[in-house]
Design a protein around this ligand. Structure first.
Ligand code: SAM
Length: 260
């Protein structure tokens, strides 16, 4: 059986047993091949936009002897799906902004009707994905954070629930943070840093945000050398953003972080 990286394994672990899965942006189709080989999923669709990765996915499926249960299709985002064909959609390894565009287009063309869960792993811009889930009444049931080959990845598991408004309200109210921010500010920082990740902070979370703070500090340093008025405004915004992130980390440190 295919051995997955820790990142892909965490994604696979979130997929509900017995569901028909569609992996969008599937490249080598590692995830759907594993889900079929392990017996977790009865059938799978691998969708790929680009010719090279599409061919690689087809080859992986054929080499594994799974061509009867793995359908590989070339196309943009969720366009490769017929309505009602998948119970679970996974999208991994692309930016959060692109991922939310794919989801938005799929929503508009009703490709997500009948889909019961989403497992999403944006490489950057996680806040766009959380914002999309909130806007479209998906409940973010869980999140994981993992470091692999020097990079830190966040994985989100979203499901449909009948009392989604109340659950999301509770998830994003941020009362546990004990920060003196307005509700809008709290919601924004939870969307940025992850409501579950902040409730059970792992060392990888601290590492990621310390790295982000260093990056922001470097940019602020560059902006301070500019004489443009816009640069000064941008710098002020960044400093304010850094202050909130630092306060959140400080607040989390008051409770002992759990180990990764
Ligand atoms: N999902 C795999 C993983 O996480 O290891 C592969 C990630 S790979 C970095 C991203 C893949 O998404 C590429 O193969 C790219 O061609 C594909 N992709 C990008 N935009 C896409 C879109 N709009 N629809 C389908 N696939 C797309």
């Amino acid at each position: 059986m295919l051995k997955l990286s820790n990142r892909l394994q965490l994604i696979a672990d979130y997929v509900t047993e017995g569901s028909r899965v569609a992996d969008i942006g599937s490249d080598h189709a590692m995830l759907p091949v594993y889900l079929l080989q392990s017996g977790k999923c009865p059938s799978a669709i691998a969708g790929e936009l680009n010719r090279g990765p599409f061919e690689a996915a087809r080859k992986q499926g054929a080499d594994a002897g799974l061509s009867d249960r793995l359908t590989v299709r070339q196309g943009d985002g969720l366009n490769v799906l017929n309505n009602g064909e998948a119970d679970t959609v996974t999208i991994a390894g692309m930016g959060g902004s692109l991922m939310s565009e794919i989801l938005e287009a799929g929503q508009a063309t009703r490709k997500l009707e009948g889909v019961q869960e989403l497992v999403l792993q944006p490489n950057v811009g996680e806040e766009f994905v959380r914002a999309w889930l909130l806007k479209h009444d998906w409940y973010l049931a869980d999140e994981s954070i993992v470091e692999e080959d020097g990079k830190i990845y966040e994985i989100m598991h979203a499901i449909r629930v009948s009392d989604v408004q109340e659950r999301n309200e509770e998830l994003y109210n941020g009362k546990f943070l004990k920060l003196s921010l307005q509700p809008d500010g709290l919601r924004k920082i939870l969307q940025q840093m992850g409501p579950h990740l902040l409730r059970a902070p792992k060392p990888a979370l601290f590492k990621k945000w310390r790295h982000e703070l260093n990056k922001l500090a470097r940019i602020c340093g560059q902006l301070s050398e500019s004489e443009l008025a816009e640069s000064a405004v941008k710098r002020e915004q960044m400093l304010a953003e850094m202050k909130v992130i630092e306060e959140v980390l400080q607040c989390l440190l008051m409770d002992k972080p759990s180990s990764s």
